[in-house]
Structures are given as C-alpha cells and as structure tokens.
Design a protein around this ligand. Structure first.
Ligand code: ATP
Length: 210
C-alpha cells in the first residue's frame, strides 16, 4: 500500500487536486478536516485547549472561538508552539488510525480486488496536508507530491476565491515555508501555473504509474 502526502503553499491547488482524486475514486484524508473535527464542542481537545488557554476561547454554545484563540497565540510564540503541539499530535494520531483502518480494509479485500481497477485505487491513500513537512508527517508517507505555482498566479486566484487583498495574501504567504524549500523536499512536483486541463493531465499520468 502506498501513502502519498499532498501539499503546497496557500492557494497552490491542494483542494483542486484532492477533488479531482476523489472524483476518480481515490481515498484522500484531509488534515484540515481532521483539525476541524477534533475541536467539535465537547471534544477532549477543546477541554485541553481551554485548560491551556482559558475558558475565554469558548463561545457560549461551547464551540471554539477561533478568533479569540488566534488573538491569544498571535503575539506569543510559546503559546503558539503549545497550540501547534497539541493540535498536530492529535491530528497525526487520527491520520495514522485512519491509515491503519484503510490498510486493513484493503488487505481484507485484496484477494478479489487486487487486479481490478478498484483494487488499484484502494492501493493508494492520499493525505492532503498543508503542513506535511512542518509537522513531520512527510516521514510517514511513501512519497510526497508538492503542488507548485508562482506567487503572482496564486495571489490572483486567492483574491478571486476569497476576496482578500493582495497585502493580506502576501502576509500569509510570508508566514509559510517557502516555495523553494517545499520544492526541494518534493518527490513529485505538480506544476499548477497552467489551466485545469494541464493540471489534470499531470495527475492522470502520475496515476497511470502507480
Ligand atoms: P488553500 O491553501 O487556501 O487551502 P488550496 O491549495 O487548496 O488553497 P485551491 O483552493 O485548490 O488551493 O485553489 C485556489 C484557487 O485557485 C481556487 O479558487 C481554485 O478553483 C483555483 N485554481 C486552482 N487551480 C487552478 C487552475 N489550474 N486554473 C485556474 N484556477 C485554479
């Protein structure tokens, strides 16, 4: 079984690639989705967060007040580090648990499915992880795919998608690991400067060789 970690900077096209893979019938674990799941009201993680950062991070209905938590850690590197540690540890645990389940599922059905198209799809698990390298999750995958796009193109795409200003986007880009660093660590580089057709045909080629 192959585990492929998918990453890229803000607005590089991770969701676009993920949606395409899902439409082709592949499993994609979404680290951002897991991050949202673990802070649902009443969750163990919310209890840990409120004991570390105060009950003020909870809304009246018990949900997480992301703005409040953000403002607490924004100018305090120690608190930010603690938050990342708590969240990333739990996210990685859950991703590993889900991989185990999918692996079991694959092994149990492998005899019948291994030669079929369906079997091929079950042989791979993708993980969409914006912080694949930063969290060390790259060490648990068989291969890393980095989606790369020049800054000007992604700025324009994010402006269109989110209605953010250029300055806000540049600020976010500057807080992330650089494009060059990500490219250096990539086993496979997906160039997303062109249109969607170009992106999809690169993915199709890669899927052929899995
Ligand atoms: P984030 O890091 O913010 O979660 P992301 O990496 O998931 O973003 P997407 O949301 O997939 O990036 O892409 C950013 C925007 O660019 C989206 O609006 C998407 O539809 C658009 N986009 C992605 N790839 C292309 C492309 N090849 N041509 C045109 N638009 C694209």
């Amino acid at each position: 079984m192959k585990i492929i970690g998918l990453t890229g900077g803000i607005g590089s096209g991770k969701s676009t690639v993920t949606d395409y893979l899902i439409s082709k019938g592949f499993h994609v674990l979404d680290a951002d989705k897991v991050a949202r799941e673990i802070v649902m009201p009443g969750s163990e993680m919310l209890i840990q967060l409120s004991s570390n950062f105060g009950k003020g991070i909870l809304n009246e209905d018990g949900s997480l007040n992301r703005k409040k938590l953000g403002s607490i850690v924004f100018n305090d590197p120690e608190k930010k580090k603690k938050l990342d540690e708590l969240m990333h540890t739990r996210i990685l645990e859950i991703i590993h648990e889900r991989i185990v389940l999918l692996r079991e599922e694959y092994e149990n059905s492998a005899e019948i499915a291994i030669k079929s198209d369906e079997g091929k799809k079950r042989k791979v698990i993708f993980i969409d992880a914006p912080l694949l390298f930063e969290t060390g999750l790259d060490k648990s995958v068989s291969e890393t795919w980095v989606i790369d796009v020049d800054d000007e193109t992604r700025i324009k795409r994010i402006m269109k998608r989110d209605g953010l200003s250029r300055d806000e986007i540049v600020m976010r880009i500057n807080t992330q690991m650089t494009r060059d660093e990500k490219k250096k660590r990539a086993d496979v580089l997906l160039d997303n400067t062109g249109d969607l057709e170009k992106l999809y045909s690169q993915i199709d080629q890669l899927l052929e060789s899995i």
